[in-house]
Design a protein around this ligand. Structure first.
Ligand code: KG4
Ligand code: ZN
Length: 329
């Protein structure tokens, strides 16, 4: 079975083709250069960029997969959560194509995509605990069976990636903030510590707005030269990673998980990957993080989620799906 998948929930226009677990194409047109100018995503600008890119991206995915549209058996598309103007572009494209070729649609939740990215070229041992960290989410998920996802904790305010982006803005390090802070940390050689909070360690949910505000107050008291910026970036990253690792491992222990999974755009962070892997393995868990191209927003993860969902859910007719900015798991 061949599935064409489409993902436009935020600022990447993406399409992929999958056939029985094999990714035949994974095309992503990133809008990062457009949003750099404004230091963040302007929703209206994002949806216009999706309109321009959606057809060329789908065409490229089909070409790369050496597949004609007529050979596609179903279309998977992210229906939410995300920016509604962005989601609409992908959803309308999927509906139009499904109608044209008379094939069903598999609606996918963006978060399911990030979680099931762990099933690309890998079969995690279950039960598992998955940490999904991106610009829009910070979620701890318990996976008892492949089709049973239970949300254990979520962010009450800023997502982890959002906190990275905002702290980078406070420090004047540029957009997107995650990679910029990652770089700044590597340059920090100072021995002096700047104390920052590790928020809500005893709770399942996350909250990062207090950490962000703590950075802002520290910065107001400091002379912000290049050295201090690197130092604050490093302390922020340590606080963030310690919080994420501690909550994930505690949950994995409580739930008697076999595997700890990490995914989402912030999983690109080397320090987070290495710390979580080390602590997970030290505690006897298996650990897995998808390849980098499947961590940041992409359509391959949507395609894989669609294959997994098809195991016990029927696909839908084009007329039955719609974009939902606040779609829950
Ligand atoms: O999953 P993703 O591509 O989009 C959303 O669904 O939001 O994640 C984007 C987020 C951004 O906030 C970006 O700053 C963060 O992932 N990010 C990183 C790194 N690379 C990207 N955060 C920390 N360290 C990185 N190396
Ligand atoms: Zn995402």
């Amino acid at each position: 079975m061949k599935i064409l998948s489409i993902e436009t929930s935020c600022d990447e226009t993406a399409a992929a083709v999958i056939e029985n677990g094999h990714i035949l194409a994974n095309v992503v047109a990133s809008q990062i250069n457009i949003h750099k100018k404004t230091g963040g995503v302007v929703p209206e600008v994002a949806s216009r960029a999706h309109v321009e890119k959606i057809i060329p991206v789908i065409d490229e995915a089909l070409d790369t997969a050496k597949t004609k549209l007529d050979d596609i058996d179903a279309i998977a598309v992210t229906t939410g959560p995300g920016l509604v103007g962005s989601l609409l572009v992908g959803v309308e494209a999927a509906k139009t194509l499904a109608y044209a070729i008379n094939k069903p649609i598999i609606p996918i939740n963006h978060l399911e995509g990030h979680i099931y990215a762990n099933w690309i070229n890998y079969e995690p041992k279950l039960p598992a605990v998955a940490l999904t960290v991106s610009g829009g989410h910070t979620s701890l998920i318990y996976i008892k069976k492949i089709n049973e996802l239970k949300v254990i904790g979520e962010t009450l305010d800023d997502a982890a990636g959002e906190a990275y982006d905002k702290v980078a803005q406070i420090l004047g390090l540029g957009y997107p903030g995650g990679p910029a802070i990652d770089q700044a940390c590597l340059k920090d050689k100072s021995k002096i510590k700047i104390d920052l909070p590790r928020p809500m360690l005893d709770r399942n949910d996350f909250s990062f707005s207090g950490l962000k505000t703590a950075v802002l107050y520290k910065v107001m008291k400091l002379k912000l030269d290049a050295k201090t910026k690197n130092q604050v970036a490093n302390e922020f990253q340590k606080a963030m990673v310690e919080t994420l690792v501690s909550k994930t491992i505690e949950t994995a222990k409580k739930r008697k998980a076999k595997t700890v999974l990490l995914s989402g755009g912030v999983a690109a962070n080397k320090f987070l990957r290495s710390e979580l892997e080390k602590v997970a393995r030290d505690n006897g868990f298996e650990f897995h993080v998808p390849e980098f191209q499947y961590c940041t927003d992409n359509a391959a993860m949507i395609a894989r989620a669609a294959e997994i969902k098809l195991q016990n859910k029927k696909p839908r007719d084009w007329s039955q799906i719609e974009a939902n900015a606040n779609l829950g798991l």
